[in-house]
Design a protein around this ligand. Structure first.
Ligand SMILES: [Zn+2]
Length: 248
């Protein structure tokens, strides 16, 4: 089982651990490495997995193309054509921080959008996806229209500038299921056996069950542009946004 500190400290850029398992390269892919501890987000909830590097104690480096979850392990996929470190080797896992931080800002921007759309239009979110600096959210939002785009953009930017703190909590299942605000974000879709629910709260605006990495305050997002919306049927609408300054 890999201890993954990204869930409790999104700002931790690197951590030193040891290789506990190596999967040999398959086909054109690279070898994969499981560490006893890491900071790499393995992807999920619309947020892509982290990339970065592993550093050995004698200056060796391995490029991590991406990461993924396998049971309780976090698997780091290395660039093809490179011999992986041996089991037992101490390595420091270091994020591509520019990319990760852009994803944290983007993810928090999307939750701010969800908060505004729920507060002002009572439209629940049904899904979303992002890249560093841009993303989209899908809503059950029958009254969404082209005229609303500018209003929503201005309201999201006002909330970002209002400098709301963003809090991470890990709650027992029963406690989480008793929070009415969480029910509307489809908490009921969480797997049966789950005993804890991680929540992301934009204080005063939004609360969601969420596994991703976020900035600590909405002011870190900066400002956003709503770049468009699409109808995915009469009720389902997709809103796209991007960060005005993609890289801080
Ligand atoms: Zn999220």
């Amino acid at each position: 089982m890999s201890e993954n500190r990204c869930y409790t400290d999104a700002y931790l850029r690197s951590i030193t651990g040891a290789v506990v398992r190596v999967e040999p390269a398959v086909g054109d892919g690279g070898a994969s490495v499981v560490l006893d501890r890491t900071v790499f987000y393995p992807g999920g909830g619309g947020q892509p997995a982290d990339a970065g590097m592993l550093h050995g104690t004698s200056g060796e480096t391995w490029v991590v193309r991406t990461a993924r979850r396998a049971g309780d392990d976090i698997v780091h996929e290395l660039r093809a054509g490179v011999a992986p470190p041996d089991v037992g080797t101490p390595v420091t896992a270091e994020l591509d921080w520019e990319r990760r931080y852009a994803l944290m800002r983007t993810h928090t921007a999307l939750h701010t959008l969800c908060g505004v759309v729920w507060r002002d239009y009572h439209a629940p979110v049904t899904g979303g996806n992002m890249e560093p600096g841009s993303g989209r959210m899908d809503f059950e939002f029958e009254s969404m229209s082209g005229e609303l785009v500018g209003t929503i953009e201005a309201r999201v930017n006002a909330e970002l500038a209002a400098a709301h703190d963003v809090r991470v909590k890990i709650l027992p299942r029963d406690e989480a299921f008793a929070i009415p605000d969480l029910i509307r974000t489809k908490i009921n879709l969480l797997p049966e056996g789950i005993t804890e629910v991680r929540t992301i709260e934009i204080v005063g605006l939004d609360l969601q069950a969420d596994g991703g990495t976020h900035v600590a305050n909405t002011r870190e997002v900066g400002q956003i542009h709503v770049t468009g919306y699409e109808s995915k049927g009469r009720i389902n609408k997709r809103i796209r946004l991007e960060l005005v300054a993609p890289v801080a």
